[in-house]
Design a protein around this ligand. Structure first.
Ligand code: AQP
Length: 323
């Protein structure tokens, strides 16, 4: 049986990029024969200095979205990172198996340090991510394309530890979404769709009404042609819409191009809006029907499972290190 780990930051409302890049895959994997850990990574979110007042609400809402999206709770553990102190402990240990140059090369470090200021948390973030994955000895990590480099670093860190102290960590593999592994903003197709984007019209949130969704697609940025063709370099906006449509409908880019070969951009935008609204709404209505009390109680039980798994790994690591 394989162990799966993935995480999501409680930095705001879950969006379409999170679903198509990661959560859809989590749902699929949770319905297979895996043991799954899905973690709300609040320690990671501290790199953005979030308002403490929002934390509890964002965590609960994120957990509810995961459940509403269909994660199979029979073989999945959903918990909050900061409640399992072993994540931070292992992170310190692993920092001794990671080169500073490796961290400085990370694209996300370069992007985020210019945005948020280059504090050490942004630099060492990938080590904490490695710890999240390795603390449960995960084999598979379903994440969006933006996390490829971080996962590669996790593999290096695990190899270095194993080589030096004995093989205890599996070398984890990345599992990507079928298509559209990186969704871009509808308003700024050069930037990824994001929870904390300044222009909220570029992001489709899980609780957007159909009206909001249609408006956002209507005003999505495309190009001056009127040809529905996938070309990331020259037609980033329309390629993003093709990605979204093909991902939700589970068809190839070529099939989308063929289906809409005689459509105008305006018509295509509305078709994409329709499929997105039909995709989002069942999730939102499931979300709405969940009881906060029941979810909080489930989180308590799940936390004990996560703690026990993390404690076991930490004991092994400490023993190998002689501490
Ligand atoms: N635009 C995206 N396209 C595809 N996948 C995405 N993911 C995030 N954005 C996209 C994937 O969703 C998972 C959870 O992401 P996260 O919450 O850990 O952090 P993030 O990557 O920083 O996501 P956001 O939504 O953009 O948050 P903020 O605004 O706080 O930075 C990950 O697997 C990620 O790959």
């Amino acid at each position: 049986m394989k162990t799966v780990f993935s995480g999501i930051q409680p930095t705001g409302k879950v969006h379409l990029g999170n679903f198509l890049g990661a959560i859809n895959n989590w749902v699929e994997m949770s319905n297979g024969k895996n043991k799954n850990y899905f973690c709300v990574v609040d320690l990671h979110s501290l790199t953005t200095h979030p308002d403490p007042k929002d934390m509890d609400e964002n965590i609960l809402s994120t957990v509810k979205v995961l459940i509403a999206a269909g994660i199979n709770l029979d073989n999945s553990t959903i918990y909050v990172q900061s409640k399992v102190s072993e994540h931070a402990q292992l992170s310190w240990i692993l920092s001794n198996f990671c080169q500073i140059g490796d961290l400085q090369r990370m694209t996300q470090f370069k992007e985020k340090s210019s945005e948020l200021g280059s504090h050490a948390g942004i630099l060492t973030y990938p080590i904490l991510m490695a710890s999240d994955i390795l603390i449960h000895k995960a084999h598979e990590v379903p994440v969006g394309d933006d996390q490829t480099q971080h996962l590669e670093l996790t593999r290096n860190i695990a190899e270095r530890f194993n080589n030096k102290y004995g093989v205890i960590f599996p070398i984890p593999d990345k599992t990507s979404g079928k298509v559209g592994a990186r969704l871009m903003s509808l308003r700024h197709p050069e930037n990824k769709m994001s929870k904390s984007a300044d222009d909220i019209n570029g992001t489709i949130y899980f609780d957007d009404s159909k009206d909001d969704i249609m408006k956002k697609f209507k005003s999505s940025v495309t190009d001056s042609e009127d040809e529905i063709r996938y070309d990331l370099d020259k037609k980033a906006g329309i390629s993003n819409l093709i990605d979204i449509y093909s991902s939700i409908q589970d068809i190839s880019h070529k099939e989308v191009e063929k289906k809409f070969s005689s459509s105008k951009y305006g018509e295509f935008k509305m078709e994409v809006g329709e499929v997105v609204a039909n995709y989002i709404h069942p999730i939102f209505s499931n979300y709405d029907s969940l009881s906060d009390k029941e979810i909080l109680s489930l989180m308590k039980t799940n936390l004990e499972i996560a703690k026990s798994s993390a404690k076991k790994t930490m004991e092994e690591v400490n023993s190998l290190l002689g501490i």
